[in-house]
Design a protein around this ligand. Structure first.
Ligand code: NAP
Ligand code: ZN
Length: 335
């Protein structure tokens, strides 16, 4: 029986160790992909540490994958051997519910995340439903594309779904993996873009990535000064935040979209939403249809992740650096 070799943690917060698992015959709707690159999303860190209370061990993280198709199931007609594909947060869905039927597979109640209840991409190979293996446009470097498959689509989707346009004033809070791609996409949508960061040293780069304005949130009073200035805020911070102060930054009819997944309950007063007819929303990564579209937009508008490359065997070093907020801006593991 063939084996896939990866890296797994065996307890919350533990180091990643070599781990292999056996796979049987390839399913009729599956593809097997030989992994060349895998991004280190902060969701992998939450799962390694069991921040969300749903991790099962041994756990192989990884859901920002690029690789080459090495196996094609008997019923798969639209993927072929040797093709370069990307795989993001989702590996399968039921295929028949109302959400799957209308191309919103990411909303399927039976959606299967790539690395929850399945073995993820810190490995030499992976198998997924072929629908979730998205062809990567030519001319893009795999290392810079891998982070688009989760981080990229997660910031692209809300810009698309909340109709960002040249008249929109968009704020991106947290200029990490998601945030630095959010600045680029918001600029590509034609918006006025404001970066909010605790890291002063990110200002120059944030501006080259698309920010018209940069707010250092560690400086007293800076968030207050931004009150009533934004139509759409993408909050990508991985830690607890003062969401009330972000609501205050919205203009009337504005929306705060929460993308960062810190585990604590949010504190918001009803009146802060009522007065200006404001909205608070969440947004998950995105459907296969939107992944295709996002990669196409990224290729045409030259949106890409700025990466720090690590050998797959050095995944623990990458994880440590992400935890310390020292990566600029996405760690990518390479086989
Ligand atoms: P990341 O690369 O670690 O970036 C997070 C950024 O947040 C940091 O670079 C930092 O930006 C800021 N930050 C970190 N700790 C902070 C603190 N204590 N206070 C204020 N700001 C802080 O993480 P990521 O991969 O972009 O992921 C961000 C979050 O999104 C995670 O919670 C992840 O699980 C979640 N996520 C959600 C989805 C979804 O479907 N909704 C998809 C992917 C990821 P500055 O240095 O600029 O302050
Ligand atoms: Zn992710």
């Amino acid at each position: 029986m063939p084996e896939i070799r990866g890296l797994a943690t065996h307890a919350a917060g533990a180091q990643l160790l070599p781990y292999k698992y056996s796979v049987g015959e390839l399913g009729p709707h599956e593809v097997e992909v030989k992994i060349t690159h895998c991004g280190v999303c902060h969701s992998d860190i939450h799962l390694i540490d069991n921040d969300w209370g749903l991790s099962k061990y041994p756990f192989i993280p990884g859901h920002e994958i690029v690789g080459t198709v090495t196996g094609v199931g008997s019923e798969v007609t639209d993927r072929k051997l040797g093709e370069r594909v990307g795989i993001g947060w989702q590996a399968d869905s039921c295929g028949i519910c109302e959400w799957c039927r209308q191309g919103d597979e990411h909303l399927c109640a039976k959606a299967q995340p790539t690395c929850i209840g399945r073995n993820g991409g810190y490995a030499d190979a992976i198998r997924v439903n072929a629908k979730f293996a998205i062809p990567v446009p030519e001319g893009m470097e795999s290392e810079n594309v891998a982070p688009l498959l989760c981080g990229g689509i997660t910031v692209y989707s809300p810009l698309k779904n909340w109709l960002a346009r040249p008249s929109s004033r968009v704020g991106v809070v947290g200029i990490g993996g998601l945030g630095h791609m959010g600045l680029q996409f918001a600029r590509a949508f034609g918006c006025e873009v404001t970066a909010f960061s605790t890291s002063k040293d990110k200002e120059a780069e944030a501006r080259t990535l698309g920010a018209h304005n940069f707010v250092n949130t560690r400086e007293n009073g800076e968030i207050k000064k931004a009150a009533g200035s934004l139509d759409l805020i993408l909050c990508t911070v991985s830690a607890d935040q003062d969401f009330q102060s972000f609501i205050a930054m919205l203009r009337p009819k504005g929306t705060l979209v929460v993308l960062g997944a810190s585990p604590s309950p949010m504190q918001i007063s009803a009146f802060s939403l009522i007065g200006g007819q404001k909205a608070l929303a969440g947004s998950p990564s995105g459907s296969p249809r939107d992944l295709h579209e996002m990669l196409d937009v990224a290729a045409r508008h030259k949106v890409k992740a700025i990466t720090e490359k690590f050998a797959m065997k050095d995944a623990n070093k990458a994880v440590d650096k992400v935890k310390k907020n020292q990566v600029r801006y996405r760690a990518v593991l390479a086989n």
